[in-house]
Design a protein around this ligand. Structure first.
Ligand code: PYC
Length: 312
């Protein structure tokens, strides 16, 4: 059989330890339209490409993909669609920082402001030059506070359902130690919590965020379970945004006051917010952090390879 070899140029980066694989060229044409419309085409017609880029044997469960696409909003530098081992993300904070540092590495942007169109809306960002960037996320809000769930193997847990570009369940009273040694147990507990909260019929929670005391000078440490079962090595940009919504709505954090969120491996994002509509409880989170480019590669997609489209 003659192989059809598709070449896909990617740049890998990590943001506080969490990987982003930015697809530069070689992706399917998703046609015209908004980035949300292009995502619909990606999802319905090219899901095999998503699997090939982020899943084994070329990727792994932690990898988040970022496909650069033409923006429909001409004020934007680029459109970007985020995806992972099991599907698509409306928005991704660490991934946005990774894409900005990648665009800088490619010489496609200069230090200063830029806008990116995502399926969840336009994100304003700023590249400081070097490894530091910031972004103003899509509006965040607290949807339901003090939701109580009975979790098998854990007991009664109370948390908030909040939107930060993805849906989160935010938990303080989980009774677990947030340490790297305890990660297998944290994965089990957060997985059980997600199952229990989703059985209650809230907006489908795709991420669970457990909070504990800071360990390296921040305001709080977190552990974030991602949709495909991996944990976020970064403090999770959309998760930190959801946390701001919870704190702000409870009157525990004033607008403009910095909140330093530590990840389970000790990397940090510094975040703050302004109210978008105080009455409606919507706010604009602003996040800053660092990302580093760590590889330039060409993926080879050989359609005679039985595992060409990923193992999953
Ligand atoms: O930073 O928003 C984020 C994120 C979502 C999933 C992994 N990272």
């Amino acid at each position: 059989m003659t192989a059809t070899l598709q070449r896909v140029a990617v740049i890998d980066s990590h943001t506080g330890g969490e990987p982003t694989r930015t697809v530069i060229s070689g992706a399917p044409d998703l046609g015209p339209g908004t980035v949300a419309e292009q995502l619909a085409v990606f999802r319905s017609q090219h899901d095999d490409f998503r699997r090939a880029v982020v899943n084994e044997p070329r990727g792994h469960d932690v990898m988040v993909g970022a496909l650069l696409v033409p923006p429909s909003d001409t004020s934007c530098t680029a459109g970007v669609i985020f995806f992972n081992n099991v599907g698509y993300l409306g928005m991704c904070g660490h991934g946005t920082l990774g894409v900005i540092i990648t665009l800088g590495h490619l010489g496609r942007i200069q230090p200063g402001p830029l806008s990116l169109e995502t399926p969840a809306g336009v994100v304003q960002a700023h590249w400081e030059g070097g490894d530091r960037a910031s972004l103003t996320n899509v509006p965040a809000r607290l949807k339901a506070r003090d939701v109580t769930v009975q979790v098998p193997g854990v007991g009664v847990v109370t948390g908030d359902v909040a939107w930060g570009g993805n849906w989160f369940f935010l938990v303080n009273n989980h009774g677990q130690t947030l340490s790297r040694e305890n990660i297998p147990r944290l994965l089990e507990v957060s997985g059980n919590i997600r199952q229990a909260v989703n059985a209650q019929g809230h907006p489908k929670v795709d991420h669970v965020e457990l909070f504990g005391p800071p360990q390296s000078g921040g305001n709080s440490r977190n552990f974030v379970l991602c949709p495909g079962g991996a944990y976020d090595r970064s403090p999770c940009g959309t998760g930190t945004s959801a946390k701001l919504a919870s704190l702000a709505t409870r009157g525990l954090l004033e607008p403009g006051t910095p909140w330093v969120q530590e990840s389970i491996i000790g990397s940090t994002f510094t975040a703050s917010y302004t109210w978008l509509d105080r009455g409606a409880g919507t706010l604009l989170p602003c996040l800053s952090g660092t990302a580093h480019v760590c590889a330039e590669a060409t993926l080879l997609l050989d359609d005679t390879d039985p595992f060409c489209w990923g193992i999953r």
